[in-house]
Design a protein. Structure first.
Length: 431
């Protein structure tokens, strides 16, 4: 289509697809099928042996999903992507693709509550230890590392703390040790491309800003193709030792003819195959519709959120506004370094009245929806201490940035005057 790299607005509409070869359809069809006809037995054998790429079964791959994977890989600057049934599945698989029982990862403390619970409890039950460190000091990742550390993990724009992660600093530390940095970029698509700053893997809940309309759950793992797995056989055994579940394949070597996609291939043919967290073709289609308008929406979300943050800062009921623009020092410098074109659509704030004031505020909203999601076109609000982070201990909640009086807003695309009017009456009711 072009000899030069295309802009994000163009990739969001064109990457991975031109037209259906059979019908000429410009819109990607929904391939609502479980299975695919093989040309002959040799073709089938080649597909199962990975000597030829193609469709076998929708738990592994699907033509509609393939377009979404290619489009998001192109937007992120990655080489391959693997769609999953949810963002939680993407987070879990991104770790399980490198770590097994007895191994560990080092994670930022600044995490979404569901991810914290996954790491602190569920992965622990599977024998994978997660060591939490404060990302304000990037060297804390090195201090928490030992010979069984397989990955570093963080969120670009952590929900709900909203302090941008030091991507390049931690990625550089990891690369010296053979440890890839996995970045959850859910809250900052297009605003940040973590692979450009040294991250090796990007994960998304495509449910959020990428889908953008609150209709479809989904997740994505994007392989940057920029990490030399083969150079670290001791550090990365799952990609460098024979895999008994796939005829002894050594993934860092077996897929070389296909490109630097060992990580993505293993995630697909082992984790998707065995654990089955595949994205439905219909959801892939719905999320593709969202991708087409993402370059328009994300910046409008950011503009509205900035206006809300500035307005809240002048309100007497609010003791603190949590937004990158309200930060100073190194936190603000990182926000300006890693986020381009806006600070995202999330705003947090602390109410002087604590937990009860937070509840009254939520219960008084008329325009904003009270839902456990972010990234919708509509404005959303929640009181995390009593909902998304309620399973965490008080100390764990505070470590993730959630106090009793904390309220999180996902600022949508409504007219800013209407958003502020609803916030005004709800704050008055909260007292």
């Amino acid at each position: 289509m072009s000899d030069r790299p295309l802009h994000a607005k163009t990739l969001a509409l064109h990457a991975g697809w031109r037209a259906d070869p059979a019908t000429g359809s410009v819109a990607p069809p929904i391939y609502q099928t479980t299975s695919y006809q093989f040309r002959d037995t040799e073709h089938a054998s080649n597909l199962f042996a990975l000597s030829e790429m193609g469709n076998i079964y929708t738990r592994l791959m699907n033509p509609t999903t393939d377009i979404l994977e290619k489009r998001l890989a192109a937007l992120e600057g990655g080489v391959a992507a693997v769609a999953t049934a949810s963002g939680q599945a993407a987070s879990a698989y991104s770790i399980q693709n490198l770590a097994r029982a007895g191994d560990n990862i080092v994670s930022s403390t600044d995490l979404y509550g569901g991810t914290w619970n996954l790491f602190a409890n569920t992965l622990k039950d599977m024998g994978i230890d997660v060591r939490f460190v404060d990302p304000a000091d990037p060297t804390a990742f090195a201090r928490a590392t030992d010979e069984r550390t397989r990955a570093y993990y963080a969120e670009t724009l952590p929900n709900p703390k909203l302090r941008v992660f030091p991507i390049a600093e931690v990625a550089a530390i990891g690369r010296l040790l053979g440890i890839p940095l996995i970045m959850d970029n859910t809250a900052a698509p297009l605003l940040c491309r973590p692979l450009d700053h040294g991250a090796a893997i990007v994960v998304y809940s495509t449910t959020k800003y990428i889908g953008g309309h609150g209709t479809s759950i989904g997740g994505m793992i994007i392989d940057g193709g920029n990490f030399d797995w083969e150079a670290w056989p001791g550090r990365q055994p799952l990609l460098n030792t024979p895999d008994p579940s796939y005829h002894g394949a050594v993934w860092s070597q077996a897929v070389k003819p296909l490109g630097p996609i060992a990580y993505a291939i293993r995630a697909r043919v082992i984790l998707l195959r065995d654990l089955g967290g595949a994205l439905s073709p219909f959801n892939a289609f719905q999320i593709l519709q969202g991708v087409e308008t993402l370059p328009l929406r994300i910046y409008e979300h950011s503009r509205n959120a900035q206006a809300v943050a500035d307005w809240l800062a002048a309100r007497p009921e609010v003791t603190t506004v949590i937004h990158p623009s309200r930060q100073s020092g190194e936190a603000r410098a990182r926000a300006d370094r890693y986020l381009a074109g806006g600070y995202g659509g999330l705003v947090g704030f602390e109410l002087a009245g604590g937990r009860e004031a937070g509840r009254r505020f939520i219960d008084s909203l008329k325009l904003l929806y009270h839902v456990a999601n972010i990234g919708d076109a509509r404005s959303l609000a929640i009181h995390p201490a009593s909902t998304t982070h309620s399973q965490l201990s008080p100390d764990e909640r505070l470590a993730t940035g959630v106090s009793d009086g904390y309220v999180r807003l996902s600022v949508g695309l409504e007219h800013i005057d209407d958003i502020l009017e609803d916030l005004d009456q709800a704050l008055a009711a909260a007292g």
